[in-house]
Structure formats: C-alpha cells, structure tokens
Design a protein around this ligand. Structure first.
Ligand SMILES: Nc1nc2c(ncn2[C@@H]2O[C@H](COP(=O)(O)OP(=O)(O)OP(=O)(O)O)[C@@H](O)[C@H]2O)c(=O)[nH]1
Ligand SMILES: Cc1cc2nc3c(=O)[nH]c(=O)nc-3n(C[C@H](O)[C@H](O)[C@H](O)COP(=O)(O)O)c2cc1C
Ligand SMILES: [Mg+2]
Length: 488
C-alpha cells in the first residue's frame, strides 16, 4: 500500500509542537483522519521509554512528575506527559489543574504535557491513551510519562501501556495500602512512598517491603523508594531506577500487547465475509487501478506453506480486458476447450450433486432459463468469458511445477481478494471457467509455458437490479460440517 499520507505526519516527525497537539486531539476525539495518523506513525514507534505513574488520588503523582521533568530535562531528555484525569468531564478542566501542578516545566521546548479526561471516550481511555503515547513516541519524545489514578480496572489497563510501572503511595495510609495491594501492587515495577517529608514514610516503606517479601518470587526485584516531590528528594534515584528497569526489561511493551478488537471491528470483518456473493452482472462503473492495487496489497498477506507465495495476477481493464474476452468468447463459440486441470469429479454423487443442481436451477430460474434449455444455458455460461461485463478482469496463474499444497495457498489469496473487495463496496465472481482456455490466455497475455492458469475473477460494482442478484445460495449449518471433541 502507498505510505499513508496525512499533512500532520511530516511536522509531527520533526517534533513540531502544534502538530503534536493536533495529532493528540485527533487521537483523543477519534476525529477525521486519525486512522491515517495512527497508520503513518506506526513505523516510527518503539523508541520511547514509557513510564506509568499511578496511585491513590492526591498521592502526589503530578507533583512527582513535575519533579521528574526537572531531573529528566537536566539529563537532556525530551519528555511527553499524558495525564488521565478521572474527575474531569472535559479536557479543559484537567488541563488547567495539571498546568498548575506540572506548570514549572510545561512550557519547556523539550516537554509536552497533555491531560485527557477519562470520561466520554468513545473507544475507551486505554485505547486513546495508547494512541496518544504513540504520537509522542513518533514525535521523538524519548520518555513518555502516563499519569493515572489507581483505582479500577481501566487504570490497570492503562498502566499496561507502560514499560515501567511506578505506583505512588502516600505515607501513613495502612488501610489504603491493603486496598491497593489487591491489584495495582501486582503490576508495580517500582513502589514510591512520596511525601517522605511527612511523618510515617519510613513505616509505610517498611510495610510495602514486607508485603513484597511475602509475595517473593516474581515480585522480589521490585524496589521501594522514598521521595519528596515538593523538596525534590529521591527524584534522581527514581529516574535511575526507572532507567535501569527499562535497560533490563526493554521498551515498546505496549506495541507487543495483543490488540483487542472492538465489536465494530469484528462486525466489519464478518460483514465483508458474509456479504460476499458471486456476482454475475456488474454496473458499467470504472474501478481505479489504485483500488485494485490496494486490494491486492491486502490480499498478498495470505498465508502460504513456507511462505512460498505462489500467486501471480494479471489485472486487466479496458481494451486489454476486451481483447482477452473476444479471444476467449470466440474459442468458446468454436468449442476449443482444453481444460488446464480437472475441477470436478467425472462422476457426480450426493450430497454434492444435489447442491450443485440446486444452485444451477436457482440461477437459471431467476434468469428465466427453462430446464433443458441448453442454448440459453450456454449463452449464460459464455458470459463468464466477458467477465460478466465487469470493468476489471483478473487472471491468476501459477508455476506448474508447484504441487497441490500451493493450490491450497492460492485459495486463501483468492478469498482475501474477494473479502478485501467487499470491504470496499466492490463485488467479485471467482471463475474457474477461465481454465477451460489456458491456450487462449497464454497467447493473448504472452504467458510462458511454465505458467498454468488457475482461474479468473470478475471485479466491479454489482448491478443490484439484475435478476440474478437475488440468488442466495444456502450453506450447511456448523452442526453439519463440524465434529467436536474435548470442549467443556
Ligand atoms: N508534603 C508533601 N506534599 C506533597 C508532595 N507531593 C505532592 N504533595 C502535595 O499533595 C497534594 C496532591 O498532589 P498532586 O501532585 O496533585 O497529587 P496527584 O496524585 O497528582 O493527585 P490526583 O491527580 O488528583 O490524583 C498537593 O497539595 C501537593 O502539593 C510531597 O512530596 N510532600
Ligand atoms: C474456485 C471457484 C470457481 C468458480 N467458478 C465459477 C465460474 O466459473 N462461473 C461462475 O459463474 N461461478 C463460479 N464460481 C462461483 C460459485 O458458483 C459460487 O461460489 C457458489 O455458487 C456459492 O455462491 P456465492 O459465491 O454467491 O456465495 C466459482 C467459485 C469458486 C470458489
Ligand atoms: Mg494528578
């Protein structure tokens, strides 16, 4: 596919602040063009170290981040901050609050701070947060800090975006510690007892260490650190520990997390598959080469045994298509069939015979072709060699030295084309009939002897008013085609 293009991508890559701000707004609101931005930044991700900072409300997270900004700036870093504010129904309020707390570095050219409201997100906070982190990563921020209030499940999800997860605990909150240990403690890479200038910090730190000790095993390497964000104490040590964690465990964690599809995404894929029909009458509406290229670009991701990719496509339109059609129709009229391979068994049997007949009768019935009307049936079959008047004809060939397994691969490629076409509002008809005339195709397209014709395919916009558009071939239910074992 051509590189996704969006006017913000170039300035974004150059770290332009206004472009960063706009791209983030686009991600947050899923406004027009956000997909293009997301796709455009995708190849530039993984360099940022993402630090998640979570903890109870008022623990001092924002103040701590402000202190971290000072320390990181001193180390020459470029830092992006995303604060997810659960209290604000609107971004405006959250921005104001964090400007106050993180204000002293917010205007620095190597700092970019953005607050987002955790309410009112269409695609979920963690999803838009991840996309915002992506934007900052792509814009060259080498450290991205995400602040969330540690409470419920969504915060845990957000913190999953981070490479290094820091949980901030205020001192002297024994009960709160009991409460957080249930979820957040499990995912902490660093535990910070902030407000260490207040009494009780030492006790809290000891309690946390004890809790970790009891857990032992995988949590044994979690450090407990005391900081005073307001006094700037323990901040350098925190940066050192976070850095050491990134060195030991790597960055780009969010990129490897499995993408959770939304219900809409699932429905779109299912719809493209289920709405596909073999279309045998098309509108005289042009399909751009670019569209065909896009479809093939998607389809080439089909799997194939040991990645052999046995497919080769001849995409035809206009006079090139008409030339092949004229030659094939003429060959059909004079009965020059020389099939490339055997598609069907020589002798039919049930249940396949019945299904085949049913399809034929339904199609001919809709077309007003009576049973036994051989002439009309042949005229209909002949339409295959006009690609059913589709604006685009595809001819598929394969290296004839390849074996049956590669033909299996080929089917997957063909189905990908049909589904990708459907997703774009286009229709297809796969056509084995073209393999009846491999010699004609070879002559017209100049194929070498080594290429065998697999099939053809019509591609275009379906004529919704055609009588045969009402054809709806049925399918056997899952219960008739699947055998089950070993399920609960
Ligand atoms: N004494 C003391 N106070 C602190 C420290 N860090 C933060 N505070 C204060 O704690 C209060 C809350 O600080 P914030 O940074 O807003 O806390 P937060 O965790 O970001 O709060 P929310 O985002 O609302 O959950 C403020 O009044 C801070 O000045 C510290 O190290 N020592
Ligand atoms: C590999 C393959 C070759 C096909 N060849 C032809 C063909 O040459 N002409 C045609 O009209 N339909 C052809 N079909 C379409 C089938 O008749 C059609 O898939 C079947 O009746 C089910 O209908 P549907 O595709 O509309 O769901 C072919 C289908 C496949 C999968
Ligand atoms: Mg805060």
């Amino acid at each position: 596919m051509n590189a996704p293009d969006h006017p913000l991508l170039a300035p974004l890559a150059a770290g332009d602040r206004r472009a960063v701000a706009r791209a983030i707004s686009s991600m947050e609101n899923a406004s027009a063009g956000w997909e293009a931005i997301a796709a455009g930044v995708a190849s530039r991700l993984g360099r940022a170290h993402v630090i998640g900072i979570t903890g109870a409300p008022g623990a001092g997270k924002s103040t701590l981040i402000n202190a971290l900004l000072g320390e990181l700036l001193g180390r020459g870093r470029r830092i992006g901050v995303v604060a997810v504010d659960p209290s604000s129904p609107m971004t405006g309020g959250a921005v104001l609050g964090d400007r106050v707390r993180m204000g002293s570095h917010g205007a620095h050219e190597r700092v970019f701070i953005r607050s987002i409201a955790s309410r009112g997100h269409l695609g979920g906070v963690s999803r838009s947060t991840r996309r915002i982190v992506d934007v900052l990563d792509a814009a060259g921020f080498d450290t991205v800090i995400v602040e969330t209030v540690g409470a419920g499940q969504s915060e845990v999800e957000i913190i999953e975006i981070a490479d290094t997860r820091v949980v901030v605990c205020p001192p002297g909150l024994g009960d709160d510690i009991q409460a957080i240990k249930a979820g957040i403690l499990e995912i902490a890479d660093l535990l910070v007892v902030n407000k260490a200038d207040l009494p009780g910090a030492e006790v809290t730190a000891r309690e946390l260490k004890e809790m970790l000790r009891l857990r032992a095993g995988s949590r044994a390497d979690v450090s407990v650190l005391k900081t005073s964000a307001t006094r700037g104490e323990g901040i350098a040590a925190l940066v050192d520990l976070a850095q050491a964690h990134a060195t030991a465990h790597g960055t780009g964690r969010r990129l490897s997390l499995r993408h959770q599809p939304t219900a809409d995404e699932v429905a779109a894929v299912d719809r493209a598959i289920v709405s596909r029909r073999s279309v045998r009458r098309f509108l005289p509406r042009v399909v751009a080469r670019e569209t065909v290229e896009q479809i093939l670009d998607v389809a080439r991701h089909a799997p194939s045994g040991t990645n052999t990719q046995p497919w080769r496509v001849h995409a035809l339109a206009g006079e090139a298509k008409d030339r092949l059609c004229r030659a094939a129709a003429a060959a059909y009229d004079s009965g020059e069939q020389a099939p490339e391979y055997r598609y069907y068994p020589a002798q039919w049997f049930e249940p396949y015979l019945g299904r085949r007949r049913s399809l034929g009768w339904s199609l001919y019935g809709l077309l007003g072709i009576g049973r036994g009307d051989k002439v009309a049936m042949q005229a209909q079959h002949r339409r295959n060699f006009l690609f059913f008047d589709a604006p685009v004809g595809l001819v598929f060939t394969i290296d004839r030295r390849l074996e049956r397994g590669s033909w299996l691969d080929y089917g997957m490629f063909l189905q990908n084309i049909m589904v990708a076409a459907r997703a774009r509002g286009l229709d297809t008809c796969p056509q084995a009939s073209w393999m009846e005339f491999p010699h004609v195709i070879a002559r017209v397209l100049g194929l070498p002897e080594s290429e065998a014709v697999v099939c053809g395919m019509a591609l275009g916009y379906a004529d919704p008013d055609a009588p045969e558009a009402r054809l709806a071939p049925t399918r056997e239910p899952v219960s008739a085609i699947a055998a089950w074992a070993g399920f609960e």
